[in-house]
Design a protein around this ligand. Structure first.
Ligand code: GLY
Length: 323
């Protein structure tokens, strides 16, 4: 572990940076051939550019991929303007913001927290679980106690904006969480560092107005995220129930191990999900990257964007899609 980059107090507060320093050209992409050079970082959605800015700076300074993805997604967790992750995330149907997050290295090291309340950076707690416990996953009150015992501070995650939206939602009679087809959701990030090590992180406030206690795909190793040093990494965004049912990210990585390109593997898992649940009314997107830095992205519906950063490119791209 490179503690220089790991220390939570060294977390680079660049939320205000937003995505402004990225080259925000939107371009259609399929089967993108990534840079053969390292390092490289890719992240879901437009807000992925914020994570990439921070993560890529660390990578070029020599940080480990696991530190780059963690520090990158922490910026998004801490930004109250991002309404689907961390502070400012939409609450559940009882008005409580609960967070899910995980991270994983190519050697199989991983940590996860789920149904975590009142902690700004769940991915940093997941990192503690990975580094300092014999376990992979802590949930709920136990995860919060672990965080507080390890120096994390309690924070109100429900912002005025989220509270206002929740109160409006309460006026509705239906109890289905809205399906997120907007251009934001879980932040999932994959990176390869200068040593060729691959890692990923994934963090979310989950489906808005979900049942209290609902956990999505994002903290589940193999569903929202899977990374393997031999085959590559994959991560997901969107309606987590279908990603869990298909062990989505693990499947994508196994497909790459068996010869599919990252793009082909992303397309195959989305089409498999679509066969199970003709899913025009939901959105699901996958990112994948092999260990050479070739990457791919594909979603069920139009609208999934992702951010890419390496020495030759700094861009937000539109993923290809089924519908
Ligand atoms: N993909 C985020 C969730 O379903 O919770």
């Amino acid at each position: 572990m490179n503690s220089k980059y790991y220390n939570r107090r060294n977390f680079i507060k660049v939320g205000a940076l937003g995505v402004s320093s990225a080259t925000l050209s939107i371009s259609s992409a399929s089967d993108s051939s990534g840079s053969s050079t390292k390092p490289i970082i890719i992240s879901t959605w437009d807000h992925g550019a914020m994570a990439n800015n921070v993560g890529f700076k660390l990578l070029t300074d020599g940080a480990d991929a696991i530190d780059a993805v963690q520090q990158g997604v922490m910026v998004v967790e801490s930004d109250p303007k991002v309404r689907t992750v961390g502070v400012g995330g939409y609450p559940d149907r009882d008005g409580v913001v609960t967070l899910d997050a995980c991270l994983m290295k190519g050697d199989g090291s991983c940590g996860s927290v789920a149904f975590l309340r009142d902690i700004e950076n769940p991915v940093a707690v997941a990192r503690k679980v990975m580094d300092e416990t014999p376990h992979v996953m802590l949930v709920g009150a136990g995860a919060k106690k672990f965080a507080l015992d390890n120096g994390f501070e309690e924070k109100e995650l429900l912002t005025e904006a989220s509270k206002r939206d929740y109160e409006n939602w309460l006026k509705r009679t239906d109890y289905m969480p809205p399906i997120n087809i907007e251009n934001h959701d879980t932040i999932s990030t994959l990176a390869i560092d200068q040593n060729g090590v691959i890692a990923g992180a994934c963090t979310t406030s989950g489906a808005s107005y979900k049942y209290h206690g609902r956990v999505g795909d994002s903290p589940i190793i193999g569903a929202g995220l899977f990374v393997d040093q031999e085959a590559g990494g994959a991560c997901a965004t969107g309606w987590g129930e279908e990603v869990i049912r298909t062990a989505g990210s693990a499947m994508v990585v196994e497909m790459m191990r068996n010869g599919k390109s990252p793009q082909e593997a992303c397309e195959a898992i989305v089409k498999r999900i679509n066969e199970r649940r003709k899913g025009k009314e939901i959105q699901i997107g996958f990112l994948a990257m092999d260990t050479k830095g070739n990457f791919g992205a594909y979603s069920l519906r139009k609208g999934f964007t992702y951010a890419v950063k390496h020495k030759d490119e700094d861009a937000i791209k539109a993923a290809t899609y089924l519908y």
